[in-house]
Design a protein around this ligand. Structure first.
Ligand code: ADP
Ligand code: MG
Length: 687
């Protein structure tokens, strides 16, 4: 069943727009703002803070290392012993004692600090006087595992130091500064003396088939350090100049382990910042000196990684502290901060996907909730609007019933709202309509019968007068013994017979119209019937009327009708046509088949070239007793209409005054019972 859904759909759309559009807008804005806020106000700050905290902590660590070296270099025992070295000859006992004392101090420091690889006291010419000979305990054995746990002597022969007298350090870049200032730094790098003593492998992996650039470096092979001038014991302010220089090489694992600790903290503890890790650049803000990927040691930020932007950001930031967005395989943001003691730059990078994860998750959640809410809204609207529109659709349905003529249609009204009231007034209207319809039908019936009675009386009165006059004339002629009595009698009798015939005609037509003669429908070959009717008029051809007949239908087609009724229809229409052509003309009868929406239809056209009908009269043609002719009854077309409509057909008249008239009769073809033929309806006119 077709169910009007318009209102419900409109309501649903309105609610959806009202509900969803603002919700979606707010959601999109919220997730955008959240993302931007996270990125700008939060993560930038965060990465910078982590970098700065790391830099401060690393700096503190380095500072304390340096302090320890400073303390050692400035200790009075160190000063005394260094002076003793100059005071005694090499062979003297005092010299050997001083060497032993210094070495003991150096070894103690190595053992206590745990991160020092080698301590050396060097004279101002760069000649090594004495070094520590205790190997530090490894900070982290990592994959190497080769270093023994616990301090051990670097060489077996206690008395002779293999490094004594060597002048390698003079060639180092930092030597000049060490020679000229009280305290100075030794930058990150590989130190041959240390490597020589410890035998650190340069790579941390076994991938010997790989080019060096791709191999993992051994953090333990790298060193950094500090130097400290050793002054005379009484040179409090250092004005007399240094006597010797204390050189301390720290193992790089001390720094790398510091960074690794931060990295693992992020990996293990901060869900949102899992990708966060730290790295360290040298003083040039370009050379990578510490990284979780040891392969990157010594690589250049610009040359090897194409990160010019990061380097620029560092250079241009006030106090070298800030943040920078960049892409290194994935989108990242990094914070950076300087390590004050050594001038290195520490960085902390994090993947965009990490820090946006929280907001993305929030957005997804919002999306899911939004969809659920939208679904609920749609469901709610569907139910509600159905409830709202159901009485309305019912009202429409019942209105259609009334329009179709069923005046008993009513709607149920249960609610007391506007729709309920509408239903009530609908029912009242239907009730009134039914009542007034009944009255109208009654009134029409009465009027119709009254009119008919009047007409019949009138029609009957007309012939009665001449009958009465004729009868009186005969009587008077008889009484007067009129000489022409015989002639008068004959004339009068003829007159009376003629008028009686007229009366009979009136009576028979009236009974045709009013008596509803019993129908006897039988299958009837309509083409043959029409042709037969036409033929019976052909002998009137003397009236000057030419008759043509053509059929575009199968000759065998049958139709279920009362043959006499259809014949009368043809005769009535033919009569009218002949009466309209007193001077002769052309009467053509054609049969067609029409394909109409309501089904195949038989179309009969009867066309004359008579006087036609005035436009103002066409409306009344089918009214009973409407006639323009003195001898007409005005029942012909009324009977035709009644007959044809009785078979579900229609009659229409098109006419042009002075030119002619066409009567179109249409009968539904499903009343036809076509005999099964190969080609159906004949295409050629038959006749
Ligand atoms: P009647 O023939 O008794 O007048 P009808 O109902 O047959 O009654 O016709 C009503 C009127 O319609 C006729 O009086 C005539 O004026 C008009 N009429 C019908 N058919 C034609 C026609 N073919 N040409 C002109 N006028 C016609
Ligand atoms: Mg007629």
């Amino acid at each position: 069943m077709h169910w009007p859904r318009g209102l419900a759909v409109k309501l649903a759309i309105v609610f959806l727009i009202l509900g969803l559009v603002p919700m979606a807008t707010v959601g999109i804005i919220a997730s955008y703002v959240a993302e931007r806020t996270m990125a700008e106000a939060y993560i930038e700050n965060f990465v910078e803070r982590v970098a700065r905290d790391a830099a401060i902590n690393l700096d503190t660590m380095l500072r304390s290392s340096r302090r320890n070296i400073d303390l050692l270099g400035a200790s009075s025992s160190m000063r005394q012993n260094v002076i003793a070295l100059y005071a005694y000859q090499r062979e003297e006992r005092g010299y050997a004692q001083a060497i032993a004392d210094i070495q003991s101090d150096l070894n103690d420091t190595v053992e206590i600090l745990g991160t020092v690889d080698l301590l050396a006291v060097v004279d101002l010419d760069g000649r090594i006087l004495v070094t520590s000979n205790l190997a530090r305990s490894p900070v982290s054995t990592g994959r190497l595992g080769g270093l023994p746990a616990g301090p051990r002597p670097l060489w077996s022969d206690e008395s002779s130091n293999p490094l004594e007298g060597r002048r390698d350090l003079v060639e180092r870049a930092w030597w000049r500064e060490a020679r000229e200032s009280t305290s100075s730094d030794i930058d990150w790098g590989l130190e041959a003396l240390v490597l020589e003593q410890y035998g650190y492998p340069p790579f941390g992996d076994d991938a010997t088939d790989q080019p060096d650039a791709l191999r993992e470096r051994n953090a333990e092979a790298y060193a950094f350090g500090f130097t400290r001038a050793i002054h005379q014991p009484d040179d409090v302010a250092g004005t007399l100049g240094p006597q010797a220089i204390l050189v301390a090489f720290f193992n790089w694992t001390a720094v790398q382990a510091f960074l690794d600790n931060i990295n693992s903290e992020f990996q293990n503890q901060h869900e949102q910042y899992r990708s966060g890790y730290t790295f360290l650049f040298g003083r040039d803000f370009d050379t990578v000196i510490a990284h979780r990927y040891r392969q990157l040691y010594g690589t250049s930020l610009i040359r090897d990684h194409g990160q010019e932007g990061l380097r620029q950001a560092i250079e241009q930031s006030p106090r070298r502290s800030g943040h920078h967005y960049y892409t290194y395989r994935v989108g990242k943001v990094a914070g950076f901060a300087p390590v004050a003691t050594t001038g290195w730059e520490i960085g902390f990078g994090i993947n965009e996907s990490d820090y946006l994860e929280a907001t993305r998750r929030m957005r997804d959640l919002m999306l899911v909730i939004g969809l659920i809410v939208a679904g609920l809204i749609v469901l709610f609207i569907a139910v509600t609007s159905r409830r709202i529109t159901r009485p309305i659709t019912n009202l429409i349905k019942q209105s259609n019933e009334i329009a179709r003529g069923n005046l008993d249609a009513r709607v149920e009204t249960s609610s007391r709202d506007e729709i309920g009231l509408l239903g009530d007034s609908f029912n009242k209207m239907a009730e009134d309509l039914k009542a007034s319809n009944k009255r109208l039908v009654q009134a029409e019936k009465t009027a119709a019968w009254r009119e008919m009675a009047r007409q019949v009386a009138h029609e009957i009165k007309n012939p009665l007068t001449p009958i009465k006059l004729s009868a009186q004339l005969v009587e008077r002629a008889w009484d007067d013994r009129h000489p022409d009595f015989e002639a008068i009698l004959k004339e009068s009798v003829r007159n009376i017979v003629g008028q009686s015939e007229s009366l009979r005609k009136i009576a028979s037509e009236f009974s045709n119209f009013a008596a509803f003669p019993k129908r006897d429908p039988r299958p009837c070959r309509i083409v043959a019937l029409a042709r037969d009717c036409v033929r019976s008029y052909e002998n009137r051809a003397s009236s000057g009327v030419e008759i043509r007949f053509e059929s575009f239908l199968d000759e065998d087609i049958e139709i279920l009708v009362d043959e006499d009724e259809i014949r009368r229809v043809f005769y009535n229409v033919f009569n009218n046509a002949f009466e309209a052509m007193p001077e002769g003309g052309l009467l053509s009868v054609s049969l067609f088949r029409l394909e109409k929406d309501e089904g195949p239809t038989l179309d009969i056209r009867i066309k004359d070239t008579g006087r036609g009908i005035a436009a103002e009269m066409t409306e009344r043609l089918f009214e009973p007793y409407f006639t323009t002719r003195s001898s007409g009854t005005g029942l012909g077309l009324a009977i035709c209409k009644k007959t044809i409509e009785g078979y579900g057909g229609t009659v229409a008249i098109r006419s042009e005054e002075g030119k002619g008239t066409t009567v179109c009769i249409e009968l539904p073809l499903d009343r036809l019972r076509p005999k099964p033929t190969a080609d159906g309806d004949a295409a050629e006119p038959v006749s």
